[in-house]
Design a protein around this ligand. Sequence first.
Ligand code: SAM
Length: 295
Amino acid sequence: MRKYEDFHKSVMVNEVLENLITKEDGVYVDCTTGEGGHIKAIYEKTNGKAKIIGVDLDYEVLEIAEKRLKEITDDIEFFKSSYRDIDIVLHGLGIEKVDGFLMDLGVSTFQLKGENRGFTFMQDEPLDMRMDTDSDFTAWNVVNEYSEEQLSKIIFEYGEEFKFARRIARSIVNSRPINTTFELVDAIKKALPPKERYRRRRHFATKTFQAIRIEVNGEFDNIRTALEKFPEFLNEGGRICVISFHSLEDKIVKNFFRNHEKLKLLTKKPILPTEEEINENPRARSARIRVAERI
Ligand code: SAM
């Protein structure tokens, strides 16, 4: 199942540890466990004294994380759930209060490189992009069933494809049925003038793929719902630490932290990765951390 050797490179690990951990023996919830990189760091930093709960809605990454962590401890509890249902997970565990919630938004390397998940335009795969394979709504539904108007709106808003959203949406509609990632790439390619494609620093399909992924997984709505639920579970002084990669995600988080009466925003300006980290891990380039504390 795994075609690459290294684990997903966790971003801004030191910054997360500095801002999330307030007590060595606290309770910490990683809402986006992925391959468990941040959990491993939290476990080590707290000398194995913290209680750590790992949530993710992707079975495959959870299995990788559990196997990886098993080498150092059996004490971490993993749950297949959306973070939007964090209240159900915590009630189920009988946990009333925690000291920190971590969210590292976006896609894990496994999802990008995993076989047949349909997240990447680098391989020809069925159009899927579900993080939760229990869901029956896939990228196929968005690409083949949405109206031109709906497609144009999500490509514009979620993909931030400001100039060409309409043309891409029209080309997608005219190319239906579209069954694979390469067929989708072709439809996007037809919509963009060659000069525009050559000019871009990233692959010309990146923004449209991102938009469709966000729509398939209801990402922004999930973030809002989860944020609403976190404060009631936090001990005084407990933290919420969110790493986002998309300006709209960051805006949702920033506004939520600013306007919540029980939270103090600790990061007036977001924490950004160092140049050194960006050089080592280009994926970190657009990462930013916002932190709030329960008052
Ligand atoms: N921090 C992880 C690490 O160090 O390996 C990487 C996390 S990765 C960038 C983001 C993860 O969030 C993915 O594994 C994805 O499945 C998960 N995810 C996305 N939406 C989710 C949701 N609504 N609930 C729970 N997990 C979600």
